[in-house]
Design a protein around this ligand. Structure first.
Ligand SMILES: [Zn+2]
Length: 1021
């Protein structure tokens, strides 16, 4: 999956860029569209009250006595955690006296105690198994096992208590028939699952969520006899249990058949519906799926864990005027009834449930063949003229990957489909990749240089998944980084190889900076972390799995060399194809290639099993370079703060020196101790570590910062643009940590007037914007104005030099877009004047005049400042057929300074009618950036929390971003208290979420930053 990035500059403390979005409501497009009415694994996860202990039940049904026990307990109103402690607790309720007896009781207490004791003793006697008082006693088995089972929805005991499915039954094949109805917006389904029995059992436990199951049967492959089966449902774990009338035998295959129905979802998960308008403004419906991570179970009952791979035969009924797509090519179409046909697809390869996909819609496509596979790009008819770029790009990338992995793409077809409303950036379903429209459709009139890069990156990411993720899948979600880190690494690597003109490596650099910010908080997590609950699994889709995962692999790739790394990947793919893998399997494959010369597992374990990253301090004395590592961690004074400063990483250090500063003379040194000494062959004028920021660590140059500041001032091109950006990032990070002064950071960027490369300029602008933004939002307007003055001093000439065209290299175009959008947003130089003139001409032409795409957002932002301009832009937003244009318009609309308009936008996006809900997190991000909007955004989130978390899952990336954006500029104790108490007032689950902890820690850091730096800034500026 690709998370969806919104390209907005991050506020102070910068958690992570926003990437996802979400769901439509039933959009009633028949209405006037654009009226603007400013008017656990184990038992811990269970609610205690809903469970009871069944002693010795094992694989068997509850006996009558046990059921009676349960009803007695209910009648008495007791909450039984388990039989013994439950009784103990029930007793203690009545035991008011701390010495534990009914001593010195009142008469009333005496009576109560006596009654309770009698009841309790009777209960114990009544409930003990009948065998207790017999000569033989009880069978030992009944005493050794004490399992706690929950209650199924019908009140019976559900025979499984864990979140993970039992390992005793494995699926081999699914026959899935679906009958979606795009008029009633419901679907009926039937699934036949061939399972194999690993351990004798009488139950088959699998996943199902929100499905109305009407019938279940079990058929033995041997006897071919179908028997109706009882089924139990346990919604808290999304599980059902199909109970066999007799024991299911080891080694045998059985077919479980289930019939069910459901509504097409009005969220972005499962089999969901999307409303859109066709060329004739008529409302149409589109049905698509999004299963990763846990939603296949809401489209069909299944063993919804990634390691349960199976083959799938899918049949879908449709209106004969519509199309269906699924993972595999279509095998046959047969008529069902008048106007309804059924498409049957070929049996799939062995795959995980989260990769199954289907789409039912009115679609058009273009196709090209490459190396035996048909590549097609699909969109709704009015968008099919925008799919050409994606097709060319997909074909090139597919050819590249086949060569790189030395393994053909295994399917005969690969479809890429633009979905009109989609939460994430894209989803890599095997053979049927689904995309948000903005990440697939390229319109030469309205798509900017950055849009082109985004589309290329997302296609490169999803295509890499066809091997990494689809062919070899992580065994469980704790290792999600194996899928996502790898796809992210390959995304940038493939782009560098195939599209070097896009300079994607600089984007990756910026992403690493952002991931490190998140990872430097105490609330961070190791790349590979244990997860069980659905919220925990969804929270894994974050910058650490994606970006940190990718940068650790990049560091390894540099250290091992390209060829060794590639050979290791080949081994990994061959060893595990059509199967599942853990992190260790990847290291073992690499070790097969290094053959004892380097223990990759030992090295990489220090990185993936521990959160955070090292700070390497470098001290130079003549030829002797002392290096020392410690953990980089912002220190916040809280009760939960933990320090693990002694942790040791194995760091493949790289460095260049004044004697030789070209890539070919990059030196390497493995720092696997707390400190070490490197002796250079000769004395040097300067040394720069972490060449091109290919390593995941921060470097502190102690006394040498002055040397590097002078180097930038006198001869900045001695270092690469990425190295310059890296120095800027590191010194600002060190100043936040208190290791270096803000003054030194400002001195280092003093050379910027000479700078012309995009990476260092954007990094410096980003750092200064963070400071500006924090000051502005925290009643320090005067000081903020002085920061802006400094920005203007450093960047003013660059801003003036920009032309309002689409000329130049991609990197120049990108810089232009960044600088002019910044200048128009903050009213710097004469940006708004020029942009407003262009906007007005565009408005006069009724939007027919073409605008340069790279500066379109800057023009719209300036135009949206006036009320007429804003209204006109909204009208154009509603009629535009270019998603690239619409995304620039929505960000400009949200940048208004009129709070009523901000509220209207957020509200309407949440409702999903005029503005798709997929835009909401962008809107909140933009609103949060402005002074009039940042408090409003948080109020909106609080007031709509219930709706937001219903629409977007609690752990989803969308919610992670919404919280990050709406709280990350708070820097007062009052706000800290407010955010804390808001989440504490919600469920315990909410306050334990990682992003909530991150938001709180961020506010604490902001407070600390303000306390430390305000006085210094007064002096400095
Ligand atoms: Zn992905």
């Amino acid at each position: 999956m690709t998370l969806h990035s919104n390209r907005i500059q991050l506020p102070r403390n910068m958690i992570e860029n926003s990437m996802f979005e979400e769901e439509p409501d039933v959009v009633d497009l028949a209405k006037e569209p654009c009226l603007h009415p400013l008017e656990p694994d184990e038992v811990e996860y269970e609610p205690r009250s809903s469970r009871l202990l069944v002693r010795g039940l094992g694989e068997h049904e509850m006996d009558d006595d046990e059921q009676d026990y349960e009803s007695s307990a209910k009648l008495l109103g007791m909450s039984f955690m388990n039989r013994s402690s439950g009784l103990r607790n029930s007793m203690s309720v009545y035991r008011q006296n701390p010495n534990g007896s009914c001593s010195v009781p009142s008469t009333r207490t005496m009576v109560v105690c006596t009654v309770v004791l009698v009841i309790a003793v009777s209960l114990i006697i009544y409930l003990l198994p009948k065998c207790t008082f017999t000569k033989e006693g009880c069978h030992k088995k009944n005493h050794t096992m004490e399992l706690i089972y929950p209650l199924a929805s019908n009140g019976k005991v559900f025979p499984w208590a864990k979140i993970r499915l039992p390992p005793d039954v494995v699926p081999l094949h699914y026959d899935l028939v679906l009958q979606p109805n795009l008029t009633t917006l419901k679907f009926a389904g039937s699934v036949k699952i061939v399972v194999n029995i690993i351990q004798v059992t009488q139950k088959i436990v699998l996943h199902s969520s929100g499905l109305n199951i009407t019938k279940a049967t079990i058929t033995s492959a041997e006897v071919r006899e179908t028997k109706p089966a009882e089924f139990l449902e346990y919604p808290l774990h999304d599980q059902i249990a199909v109970m066999a009338p007799e024991a299911l035998l080891v080694g045998q295959n059985y077919t479980v058949s289930i019939e069910y129905s459901s509504n097409l979802s009005d969220t972005y998960y499962g089999f969901y519906k999307i409303s859109y308008k066709d060329e004739n403004s008529k409302q149409r419906w589109f049905a698509a799926t999004q299963f990763e991570p846990l939603a296949a179970r809401s489209a069909f009952p299944c063993f919804d864990e990634p390691a349960f791979k199976a083959t799938f035969l899918i049949k879908i009924e449709r209106d004969e005027k519509l199309s269906t797509l699924s993972n595999m090519p279509k095998k046959a179409t047969t008529p069902v009834t008048d106007g309804i046909v059924q498409d049957e697809f070929f049996v799939s390869l062995k795959m995980s449930t989260y990769l199954v996909a289907f789409v039912v819609a009115d679609l058009e496509n273009i196709t090209r063949e490459t190396n035996g596979s048909l590549v097609s790009v699909y969109a709704i008819p009015q968008h099919v003229n925008q799919v050409g770029y994606a097709l060319n790009t997909a074909v090139k990338l597919l050819e590249f990957y086949q060569k790189y992995f030395l393994m053909n793409y295994p399917l005969e077809k690969l479809d890429l489909v633009a979905i009109p409303d989609f939460q994430s950036g894209a989803m890599e379903n095997w053979g049927l990749i689904t995309f948000r429209e903005t990440t697939l459709l390229f319109d030469s009139n309205t798509s900017s240089a950055m849009d082109k890069k985004l589309i290329t990156a997302v296609i490169a990411h999803e295509l890499a998944h066809q091997w990494f993720g689809n062919l070899v899948t992580m065994e469980w979600w704790n290792d999600l980084w194996l899928n996502e880190g790898f796809a992210t690494l390959m995304e940038y690597f493939a782009m560098e190889e195939i599209f070097p003109e896009l300079h994607s490596d600089e984007d990756f650099l910026n992403l690493i900076f952002k991931a490190m910010t998140k990872d430097s908080l105490n609330s961070s997590h190791p790349v590979s972390s244990a997860v069980q609950s659905s919220e925990q699994i969804e929270e894994m889709f974050d910058a650490l799995s994606y970006i940190k995962g990718a940068s650790l692999l990049l560091m390894l790739k540099q250290y091992l060399t390209k060829d060794v790394f590639q050979a290791g990947i080949e081994v990994y793919l061959r060893n595990h194809n059509y199967g599942s893998a853990q992190s260790d399997d990847l290291w073992d494959s690499m070790n097969e290639i290094t053959n004892g010369t380097l223990d990759v597992k030992k090295l990489m374990k220090t990185w993936i099993l521990h959160k955070g990253f090292p700070l390497v301090t470098v001290v130079r004395k003549g030829k002797i370079i002392s290096v020392q590592q410690e953990k980089f961690l912002y220190h916040v004074e809280t009760e939960n703060w933990t320090s693990d400063a002694s942790y040791l990483w194995h760091i493949p250090l790289t460095y260049i020196t004044s004697s030789c500063n070209f890539t070919h003379c990059t030196n390497a040194y493995l720092l696997d101790q707390k400190s070490a000494v490197i002796e250079l062959p000769e004395e040097v004028e300067w040394i720069k570590f972490n060449v091109d920021m290919n390593g995941y660590y921060v470097v502190h140059y102690a006394e040498d910062w002055k040397t590097l500041t002078d180097l930038l001032k006198n001869n900045h091109t001695a270092l690469s643009p990425k190295d310059r950006a890296n120095l800027i990032n590191n010194i600002f990070r060190l100043s936040s940590l208190g290791k270096e002064s803000l003054e030194k950071a400002f001195e280092l960027i003093g050379y910027l007037k000479k700078e012309s490369s995009t990476a260092p300029l954007t990094q410096a602008l980003f750092q200064l914007s963070l400071i500006y933004s924090l000051l502005e939002k925290n009643s320090e307007q005067q000081l903020a104005a002085r920061v802006m003055h400094r920005i203007e001093h450093l960047f003013g000439d660059k801003i003036d030099q920009q032309r309002w065209t689409d000329d130049g290299t991609l990197s120049e175009r990108e810089l232009r877009s960044t600088l002019l959008t910044f200048a128009c947003t903050h009213n710097v130089r004469n940006c708004r004047t020029t942009a407003t003139e262009m906007f007005e001409k565009w408005m006069k032409s009724n939007g027919t005049r073409s605008l340069p795409s790279d500066v379109m957002k800057a023009i719209f932002t300036a135009g949206a400042k006036s009320s007429d301009g804003w209204e006109f832009l909204l009208k154009m937003y509603c009629s535009s057929v270019s998603e690239a244009e619409k995304s620039k318009m929505i960000e400009a609309l949200a940048s208004t300074e009129d709070v009523r308009k901000m509220i209207w936008l957020m509200q309407n996006s949440l409702e999903g009618e005029v503005i798709r809900a997929q835009e909401l997190s962008h809107i909140i991000a933009t609103v949060s950036q402005s002074l009039p909007g940042y408090l409003l955004a948080w109020d909106f989130v609080k007031e709509n929390w219930k709706k937001l978390t219903r629409k977007f899952h609690l752990g989803s990336y969308t919610i992670q971003n919404i919280i990050s954006w709406s709280t990350s500029q708070f820097a007062t104790k009052a706000h800290l208290l407010e955010v804390k108490s808001f989440f504490e007032s919600k469920s315990e689950e909410s306050s334990q979420l990682r992003y909530v902890k991150e938001a709180i820690e961020t506010i604490q850091l902001n407070i600390q930053w303000m306390e430390r730096n305000l006085a210094k800034l007064q002096e400095l500026l």
